[in-house]
Design a protein around this ligand. Structure first.
Ligand SMILES: [Zn+2]
Length: 133
């Protein structure tokens, strides 16, 4: 996959953190962020950065992979309910034997792929089991 550094730079906030919108007039939460409230039309929508913790509510494990992506198999993709009340779909970085509904997860920056033409690496958000405290 070809990587365009200016595009990655422009999207860095969305790629490297979880940012959602919160309407200051009606309280509506929107993910992804949008500048106008979808509920009341207000333009007083602020950007809020998620703390990155959530609970796995469903997932699937894929044992199929594209040629050249053997290292990524098996791949786990799940729906994570963030503590802020937003549900997002994301790759899950966990042992397929240990993954289960209801497990606590935290967002982490992980390598997504490398551009074979110039060696640039694209990073993105994945979820991994949350640290126990
Ligand atoms: Zn609103």
């Amino acid at each position: 996959m070809k990587i365009f550094p200016p595009q990655i730079w422009r999207l860095k906030e969305e790629l490297y953190s979880i940012v959602f919108g919160k309407c200051e007039d009606c309280g509506e939460i929107m993910y992804p962020y949008r500048p106008v409230c979808r509920k009341c039309g207000s333009m007083r929508v602020i950007k809020v950065k998620s703390k990155g913790y959530g609970t796995l509510i469903r997932y699937t494990i894929s044992y199929q992979h594209r040629e050249g992506y053997e290292k990524l198999s098996p791949m786990i993709v799940g729906s994570v309910l963030l503590d802020e009340g937003i549900e997002i779909a994301a790759p899950i970085s966990a042992d397929p034997e240990e993954v289960r509904k209801g497990m606590r997860l935290q967002a982490a920056l992980r390598k997504y792929y490398v551009d074979s033409s110039n060696g640039l690496i694209v990073y993105g958000i994945k979820f991994r089991p949350a640290d126990q405290d």
